[in-house]
Structures are given as structure tokens and as C-alpha cells.
Design a protein around this ligand. Sequence first.
Ligand code: BDR
Ligand code: CA
Length: 311
Amino acid sequence: PRKIIIDTDPGQDDAIALLLALASPEIEVLGLSVVAGNVPLQLTTINARKICELAGRPDLPIYAGAEVPLMRTLVTAEHVHGKNGLDGPDLPDPQMPLQTGHAVDYLIDTLMQEDVGAITLCALGPLTNLALALRKEPKIAPRIREIILMGGAFSEGGNITPSAEFNFYVDPHAAKIVFGAGVPLVMMPLDVTHQALTSDAALESIAAPRTAVAVAAHALLNYHDRFDAQKYGGEGAPLHDPCVIAYLVNPALFSGRQCNVEIETESSLTQGMSVVDWWSVTGREKNAMVMRSIDRDGFFSLLTERLGRYL
Ligand code: BDR
Ligand code: CA
């Protein structure tokens, strides 16, 4: 299996991504680094532990990371995710511990200890932890196999401002560091995730096994739908973060191309915008595989099948 560390700010869609990852034998989740984003760090660290316990993985190491973005003040998204960030299901307060030590040091130490190219980083939130790690120990860059991240938008426009996607908007300076690090990158922008819309039928299939995970996943998705349902002209809401994990399990579900991507950090109007050179109109170096489409049915059957593996 492919070794990954998941950097996350749960979030209902982060939670579904974690459940998908922990049910997939193709990948081995070494641990989680948690960041502030959808809600403050105090809550994202609780939410990450709730989900690991739900998945039957109280043994998984979870580290708290950055409380605030590199330069900007933290912007959160309670209007989408509820006041706890994980509103919807009724999950008990977690018993499992947070590890001592900072998530940034966990990322650095693990990458330095494991073989070169052994570890893939999956980023589901603002990129603050990854940027801090790359800045503190630049030697990790050539050791990372790949960074697969949810963030950005190009032809689709933004979801927090007209031009910026939430994760990049929250910490554009961090995103800029990550895109400039010379690490192989795969970017799942809104252009893809807005095609991964839930449907009533998908929600029913996910709920059908009636296990604790099925019931909680259904409640998470139902809550998630509440905010977005009308917005995208369909029945459901976009499952952003699970696209990252689905890509690891079955990359053939996605298509895209290698592009240059730069992140805007200056302009007040377009801060956090990902400028994707889809048509190669600049001579700038291609630094990311930018995904643009997804096989929606294939994605939902994978998700349903994997969540159905929990007993
Ligand atoms: C991203 O922002 C968060 O609200 C979601 O968890 C996802 O990572 C989508 O813009
Ligand atoms: Ca997220």
C-alpha cells in the first residue's frame, strides 16, 4: 500500500475523505496532521479524533498543527460546516489522545526517517502545515513522493470570493510556498469537485448498511447538502476532499493535464486565486497536474462500496 499522511481541517467532506481512506487497502494512513480552516484548530483536532474513533482507529497518531495562517487572520466556514465543523451526526466526545509535539515536526520527522519517495501527502485544508514544514526543513521537498491536494479553481470561479477557493483563500501564502516547492503536485480544484455532487440515490446507498459509519456518513452528507443543495443546480453538494483519496485509489476516475499554477497573494480582489495556465500561454514551468473532470458514477460507487466495508 501507498503510505500517506493526511493534513486536514474536518469538516464534513474531510470526514468522508478520512473514512474512505481508512477503508481502502491500497493506502496506508500513517497519521494525521490537523490544521485550522473550516473551524478553529481546537475544534478540527476534536473532529479528526471523532472520525478516527468512528472508523475504529483510536490508535492512529494525530498531531495538532498551525492555529493560524502564515500571514492572514484565520477565516472559517461555520456557515457551511456548522458551529462545530462536523454538525449533522451525533458522535461522542473523543477519548483518544492527541500526540504531543507539533504537526509540522511530525511531517518533517516522518519524511526524514522514511525512504526517499516513500510518502505521499494528502492535503484537505489550508496549506499552512505543509508550507511551514517546507520552510523549516527544505530537505523534505525531494523526499515527498507527491502532494495531492484539494484546492483552487480556474474556469469554475471561487466559492469564498468570486475568484478564490476556500483552502487557498484562507492561506494563500502557504499555497504559494507549496506550489513553488518543486514537489510533484496533483490539484483537485472546484472544477472537479463541483462535478462530485451528492444525489438522493447516493445518500440512500451510503446509509443502507445501517452500521455506525453508514448512519454517521449519511448524517454528515445530509448536513453538507443543506448548505449547497440549491446552489449547484442539482440535488446535492460537492464532495470536495474525498476526491483526493479517490484519486489515490483509482486515478482513472479523473482526467486533467500538467500546467503551470501560480497563486495570487497580493491583490485584495483576487487574493488566493489559483492562476492556471491551462493552454500553456506562458513559458512558465509546469508545476502541477490539474484535474478537470471526474467520473461521477464511478466515484460514488467507489465511495459507497468502501464505506460499506465498515462493520
Ligand atoms: C474546501 O473547503 C472546505 O470547506 C472543504 O472541506 C474543502 O476542503 C472546499 O473549498
Ligand atoms: Ca477540508
